[in-house]
Design a protein around this ligand. Structure first.
Ligand SMILES: [Zn+2]
Ligand SMILES: [Zn+2]
Length: 121
């Protein structure tokens, strides 16, 4: 599979049985919907291991929003995260997956982590 943003090579990275495609060029991440859910629920160290791309490259890649689903070729829809509106990502309208630029996954799970920490106290 090639990166829908920069057409770089995607490599498979796995964390705790969950497999995610990561671009070797821009560091973007392609998640299947169930993988993204699983990782948001169990995030210990997942951000360090999976989201290791260059955040500056991620910020540049984030400007490119007209991308097609790498699985079906449909134009992906932009979404802002419900809890963290500054994080925008692209999702396939048919639910094949979600593309996060380098650094965005870390941003997503950090919030979840600190929320949980605060709630636990
Ligand atoms: Zn890429
Ligand atoms: Zn699709």
């Amino acid at each position: 599979m090639n990166c829908p943003k920069c057409s770089g090579e995607m490599e498979l990275v796995s964390y705790d049985g969950i497999k995610v495609d990561r671009c070797t060029s821009c560091g973007g991440l392609w998640f299947q919907p169930e993988e993204l859910r699983a990782l948001r629920d169990d995030i210990w160290m997942a951000d360090y291991i999976i989201d290791s791309g260059d955040k500056n490259a991620g910020r540049k890649a984030n400007a490119n929003k007209e991308i097609d689903c790498p699985q079906c070729g449909k134009l992906m829809q932009h979404e802002a995260d419900a809890e963290q509106k500054h994080i925008t990502y692209e999702s396939c309208p048919d639910g094949h997956g979600t593309f996060l630029d380098a650094g965005e996954f870390t941003d997503l799970v950090r919030k979840t982590f600190w929320d949980r920490f605060k709630r636990a106290r």
